[in-house]
Design a protein around this ligand. Structure first.
Ligand code: PRX
Length: 632
């Protein structure tokens, strides 16, 4: 199977080889996969265009690597453990054999309903096994899945369906989250009112909620499955064929459909899963993310399954039925590797410590963190109370765009350092850039984080908009991928990510572009203009603070705050809700009309000193007013 690095020395050697001879390094790793045809060329790249190809000429199907190749040796091993929202409900365990059969049946059902290779299929499902099965079934037949997190609103869903011109959507009657039951089907119905490309909507019967089925469009999955068998040969895919599209927010209102391709993504997610988490054959691994995010794609589904691992899918939330649920699940399934987000750690840290202590966490071997910088307090709480100072923490820095973990320690193998993601993984060549756009050569430094060499799982483009891909990631610095993050590097080469340097705010580990939210606020009839910044929040890491200018005759009050937030929930989803809304008469602007967000950020954080030189502003007087009205 995949090469495992088991000592710091081995890591250093692997890293050196990966830099000196990347093609040999990745070629050797790729050799351990199942290919229908091997590659002609390991890597060709040009960051000017930008164009990157890994394993070009090779042919494969990722599902053969995630499923078929395990059948002989691990057919009866549990592939997926599904833990329901309600702990009183039954756990589902699917062996590799069962998962294989289910994926094949689902794939045949997709074909029966008109799906073909190359089609884009939108998946809008709760965290049930069928979510993974549906995604793998798409991959089986060469269709491109576009999974939309089932907490997004109808309008966010329709814009994603339209952007990718999906012809099928897969959903369910409803979903459970904690004490809530959500009516997913009616959200889809509303979304489809403005989607002309959808021909079929395949509906999973799950909560048994009342739904309206539209004739000739909506079909029940359980009925359709009775019409097919479970024999479905895997479609032959070229290495650089699209595997999936996953949307992430950016600095304009339009979400970016990041395109990931088959071979490089598979090789990198598999290699990094094995090494970062130091997964061993009998281990039970749990990542608490939703499959609707990249973390779930790479480290619930593809990476673990390609390694033949047992991966746990959790439908619920960390606080239902109580704040000890995560730890209860760890104890119940004897989880060995546990991977979550700092925002969850901070929330659970606030619970009475008995919530942790009443559960046996001795199975834990490696703890992971992802999605935002982990503050020292949360890091130590995680280490002391969850890992009992005996389970190394991997602080994994990466992005939807990178497809896999880029900077992280390898659990227990390379040194950890609180609040530092630490060292780049083999094949990753990070650089820090200074304000003039030059690479900082000194070891100890702080700057903007860029990557100067391709890695196998990088997104190849933005679906339908290669120009935007180039502008967003390859125009800040010549010949380098720009991450949008700031970082510092210590004397030993360890990286600490300091946060976004662009207009993206990370709230509870979710990436939120300011522009799309501002667009929604500005659509409110009473609003003239708005600006959003992040401010430090105990649990969420950052929360949203909005400065809103209203029309002259309108009074800013809580009612209006509520209306604005409802509008945001409708247009984007509850994750983008504003924590604070301050009504102002103006926004500080430069003479060229650009909003000075730096000032707004400082005020929202109650840092009123060092606002910098405000005399060059077009309207310096407004700063005083804003400080006067700040919401604390
Ligand atoms: O700012 C970084 C932050 O999350 C961003 C990527 O968000 P997204 O595409 O949603 O993917 C999240 C899961 C991979 C990054 O640009 N981020 C992610 N991991 C870390 C982090 N910031 C600090 N430390 C991390 N470990």
């Amino acid at each position: 199977m995949i090469k495992q690095i088991t000592s710091f020395e081995e890591y250093k050697e692997a890293y050196k080889q990966s830099i000196q001879n990347p093609e040999q390094f990745w070629g050797d790793i790729a050799d351990s996969f199942t290919w229908k045809k091997k590659w002609d060329n390991v890597l060709s790249w040009d960051f000017e265009k930008p164009e990157v190809k890994w394993f070009d000429g090779a042919q494969l199907n990722i599902t053969e690597n995630c499923l078929d190749r395990h059948l002989a040796e691990r057919g009866d091993k549990t592939a997926i453990i599904w833990e329901p929202n309600d702990p009183k409900d039954d756990v589902i365990k699917l062996t590799y054999k069962e998962l294989h059969q289910k994926v094949c049946s689902f794939a045949n059902m997709l074909k029966n309903n008109g799906a073909k290779k190359g089609d884009r299929i939108c998946i809008y499902l709760p965290m049930v096994p069928e979510l993974a099965i549906a995604a793998l079934a798409c991959a089986r037949i060469g269709a491109v899945h576009s999974i939309v997190f089932a907490g997004f609103s109808a309008s966010a869903l329709s814009s994603r369906i339209n952007d990718a011109t999906c012809n099928l959507v897969i959903t369910s009657d409803g979903s459970y989250r904690g004490t809530k039951t959500l009516d997913l089907k009616s959200i889809v119905d509303e979304a489809l009112e403005s989607c002309s490309t959808i021909e079929k909507s395949l509906v999973l019967k799950y909560t048994n909620g009342a739904v309206t089925m539209k004739p000739n469009r909506d079909v029940w999955i359980h009925e359709e499955l009775t019409k097919v068998d479970n024999n479905c040969p895997a479609e032959v895919m070229n290495a650089e064929d699209m595997l999936f599209i996953l949307y992430t927010s950016g600095s304009t209102g339009k979400p970016k459909g990041m395109v990931h391709t088959c071979a490089g993504y598979m090789v990198y997610s598999t290699f990094t899963f094995k090494n970062v988490f130091q997964y061993e054959e009998e281990d039970v691994y749990w990542c608490t993310a939703d499959i609707g995010w990249i973390t779930g794609h790479s480290y619930i589904m593809y990476g673990p399954l390609a390694n033949g691992a047992t991966t746990l899918m959790f439908e619920g939330v960390p606080t239902y039925p109580d704040g000890g649920r995560f730890w209860e699940v760890v104890a119940k399934h004897k989880v060995n590797q546990f991977y979550t987000a700092p925002t969850a750690i901070r929330a659970l840290e606030k619970q009475p410590i008995e919530m942790v202590e009443k559960h046996d966490l001795s199975s834990l071997k490696v703890l992971g963190s992802v999605g935002e910088p982990i503050n020292a307090e949360a890091w130590h709480w995680y280490d002391d109370h969850i890992g009992k100072n005996n389970a190394p923490i991997v602080d994994t820095w990466w992005q939807t765009e990178t497809g896999g973990i880029m900077i992280s320690s390898l659990g227990g193998v390379t040194p950890q350092q609180p609040t530092f993601a630490t060292l780049p993984l083999p094949g990753i060549q990070p650089v820090l850039m200074d304000a003039e756009g030059k690479e900082i050569k000194s070891q100890e430094a702080e700057g903007r984080l860029a990557i100067k060499f391709p890695w196998p799982s990088m997104a190849r483009t933005i679906y339908g908009d290669h120009k935007r891909y180039k502008e967003t990631y390859f125009s800040a610095y010549a010949n380098k991928y720009f991450t949008g993050d700031g970082a510092l590097r210590d004397a030993n080469g360890n990286y600490r990510i300091t946060g976004r340097v662009d207009d993206v705010i990370i709230v509870s580990g979710h990436n939120l572009g300011t522009a799309p939210i501002e667009d929604v606020i500005n659509e409110h009839d009473d609003v003239v203009e708005s600006a959003i910044v992040g401010f430090p929040h105990d649990i969420k890491g950052s929360a949203l603070y909005a400065y809103v200018i209203l029309h002259d005759n309108v009074e800013g009050n809580d009612e209006l705050r509520k209306e604005i937030n409802n509008q945001i929930s409708q247009a984007i989803g509850p994750i983008a809700k504003l924590d604070k809304v301050q009504f102002v008469s103006g926004l500080p602007k430069t003479r060229s009309g650009k909003i000075m967000r730096r000032i707004l950020r400082k005020v929202a954080a109650n840092e009123f000193d060092n606002l910098g030189d405000i005399s060059t502003l077009l309207n310096p007087e407004v700063v005083e007013e804003i400080i006067g009205g700040v919401l604390v």
